[in-house]
Ligand binder design. Structure first.
Ligand code: F6R
Length: 254
C-alpha cells in the first residue's frame, strides 16, 4: 500500500481525480467502482471540470457503486443513486444505463444482493475501486464485525454510522437502519483500490487500517492484503500516522 500525503482537501481531490482520469484515459471502457459521502465530492467536481474542458470521455465507462440505503428510492435526495446522478453522472457523458447502484427498494433484498454480485461478475470485475473510510474503519457499509462478509449483503448500520450520516437528513430518525453493500471480496477483487481520507475524525481509523492488525473489527485493515492500494489523505487525517511513524515525507511505502 502506498500512502500519499495531500496538503488539504483540495489537493487530495485533485490527486484523486488525476488517478481516476488516468484510469479513464488508459482504459476508456474501464469499470469504475464508485463511492458516495463527502470525501469524493471534490474529486467528482474536478472530473466534471476536466470533462467540460474536453479532456475526459465517459462514454465507454461502466460503474458500480459500493452501496445504497435500504428503503430509499433512487429519487430520494439522500439515496446514493440520487447522490451519484447529482454529483457526477448528470454532468458527464456517461450512459446512465451503464451505471449500477444497488436497488434500495427491492422487495427481496437478498435477491437484490445476489443480482448485484452477478452484475459485478458480468462486467468482468472492477478496474479501479474508489473508497472513503468511516470513522470506525468501515468501507462501503462493511461495519466492524466478527467476520469479513464476502459478497454484497444487507447490513444493519451501527449507531455511530447513523449518527455520522444524520447530518444529511433532517433528523436521526430519518436515517435508514439498513443498507445494501458490496462485501469485502467484491472490493478486494478490484484490480486497483484508491482510498481517500480527509479530516481529523478519520485519523485513528486510517492509522489502524494501514498499520494495525488485519481484522474485521477494522474493515479497511483488509486492504493491507491487497497488492495495489493507493491511499490519499490530507494532513488532518494523517495526524496519527505521522505521530506514530515519524514519517515526514509525502509518499510512504507501507
Ligand atoms: C459511501 C461509503 C462509505 C463512506 C464513508 C465515509 O459510498 O461507502 O463507506 O465512504 O462513510 O463517508 P464520508 O466521505 O462522508 O466521510
Amino acid at each position: 500500500m502506498k500512502i500519499y500525503a495531500a496538503k488539504d482537501y483540495n489537493d487530495l481531490s485533485r490527486k484523486a481525480a488525476n488517478i481516476i482520469s488516468a484510469q479513464i484515459i488508459l482504459k476508456p471502457d474501464a469499470i469504475l467502482g464508485l463511492a458516495t459521502g463527502s470525501t469524493p465530492v471534490g474529486a467528482y467536481k474536478q472530473l466534471i471540470a476536466w470533462y467540460e474542458e474536453g479532456d475526459l470521455d465517459f462514454s465507454g465507462i461502466r460503474s458500480v457503486n459500493l452501496d445504497e440505503y435500504k428503503g430509499l428510492s433512487g429519487e430520494h435526495d439522500q439515496s446514493y443513486r440520487y447522490f451519484m446522478n447529482h454529483n457526477l453522472f448528470d454532468h458527464v457523458n456517461i450512459d446512465k444505463e451503464n451505471t449500477n447502484v444497488p436497488n434500495g427498494l427491492a422487495e427481496d433484498a437478498e435477491a437484490e444482493c445476489s443480482r448485484y454480485n452477478q452484475v459485478i461478475r458480468n462486467l468482468g470485475g472492477i478496474d479501479l475501486q474508489l473508497l472513503g473510510i468511516g470513522g470506525n474503519g468501515h468501507i462501503g457499509f462493511n461495519e466492524p464485525c466478527d467476520v469479513f462478509e464476502k459478497g454484497t449483503h444487507v447490513v444493519t448500520l451501527t449507531e455511530e454510522t447513523r449518527q455520522s450520516n444524520a447530518r444529511f437528513f433532517s433528523s436521526i430518525d430519518e436515517v435508514p437502519t439498513h443498507a445494501l453493500t458490496m462485501g469485502i471480496q467484491n472490493i478486494m477483487s478490484a484490480k486497483k483500490v484508491l482510498l481517500l481520507a480527509s479530516g481529523e475524525a478519520k485519523s485513528k481509523a486510517l492509522y489502524d487500517s494501514c498499520f494495525g492488525p488485519v481484522t474485521p473489527d477494522v474493515p479497511a485493515s483488509v486492504l493491507q492484503l491487497h497488492n495495489d492500494v493507493v491511499v490519499i489523505a490530507d494532513e488532518a487525517a494523517l495526524a496519527m500516522i505521522r505521530e506514530n511513524t515519524h514519517w515526514e515525507g509525502s509518499v510512504y511505502d507501507n
